[in-house]
Design a protein around this ligand. Structure first.
Ligand SMILES: O=P(O)(O)OC[C@H]1O[C@H](OP(=O)(O)OP(=O)(O)O)[C@H](O)[C@@H]1O
Ligand SMILES: O=c1cc[nH]c(=O)[nH]1
Ligand SMILES: [Mg+2]
Length: 209
């Protein structure tokens, strides 16, 4: 079973409160999502492998560590996942970015795919799937499945807010995938929105309704 890591740092908790607040407008919402994503990037990359190289300081030679091995790939689930890309890239600037376009059909609640463009070497990368909301889990499960069918071997999922139902669904379908979240909420409502949640992440990021 993959790990569920709840990133409950005070800075993340503080910013998440204002992300949830319905009085926060798109500009602040975007900035806060970016800031939280950057803080989450710090934790999500904790296990990246290191290797020693030799360098020379102004004083002497020394061995020092740099990140080795697999390179990172970010995969936002459109649209809302886009809001998390810049914050992650601030800390992992060399990451490549693939995009998977999915929307949740409001009637069936099933994900519908409309776009996919991925780096060619995804099998060699540590992939980090980004989506602020993990509700039923349908979108995340489909995106991860998609990546696996194209050869991905190492995948993490990073969400701001998850419902227990979504976590369970991802764990069931993809037990190899670790899930990083800033908050786990109570449940889903009748329209599969997360309670208390933050509303529609895509609409709040982009000012649509
Ligand atoms: O876990 P699920 O039940 O699948 O729901 C979560 C999905 O719903 C939202 O996207 P939405 O369909 O609203 O598309 P958008 O990002 O374009 O707004 C959200 O960003 C997730 O992708
Ligand atoms: O609460 C929810 C559920 C799905 N998608 C969102 O944007 N918010
Ligand atoms: Mg939406």
């Amino acid at each position: 079973m993959g790990n569920v890591v709840i990133l409950d740092h005070p800075l993340i908790k503080h910013k998440l409160t204002f992300i949830r607040d319905k009085n926060t407008g798109s500009k602040d919402f975007r900035e806060l999502v970016k800031e939280v994503s950057m803080l989450m990037a710090y934790e999500v990359t904790r296990n990246l492998p290191l290797e020693e190289i030799e360098i020379e300081t102004p004083i002497t030679k020394m061995k020092s560590q740099v990140i080795s091995g697999k390179k990172v790939g970010l995969v936002p689930i459109l649209r809302a996942g886009l809001g998390m890309v810049d914050g992650m890239l601030n800390l992992i600037p060399a990451a490549k970015v693939g995009h998977i376009g999915l929307y949740r059909d409001p009637e069936t609640l099933k994900p519908v795919e409309y776009y996919c463009k991925l780096p060619q070497d995804i099998e060699e990368r540590e992939l980090i799937v980004l989506d602020p909301m993990l509700a039923t889990g349908g979108s995340a499960v489909a995106a991860i499945q998609f990546l696996k069918e194209r050869g991905a071997t190492s995948i993490k999922l990073v969400c701001l807010i998850a419902a227990p139902e979504g976590i369970e669904e991802v764990e069931k379908s993809h037990p190899d995938v670790d899930i990083y979240v800033a908050g786990v909420d109570e449940k889903l409502n009748d329209h599969a929105y997360i309670i208390p949640g933050l509303g529609d992440a895509g609409d709040r990021l982009f000012g649509t309704k």
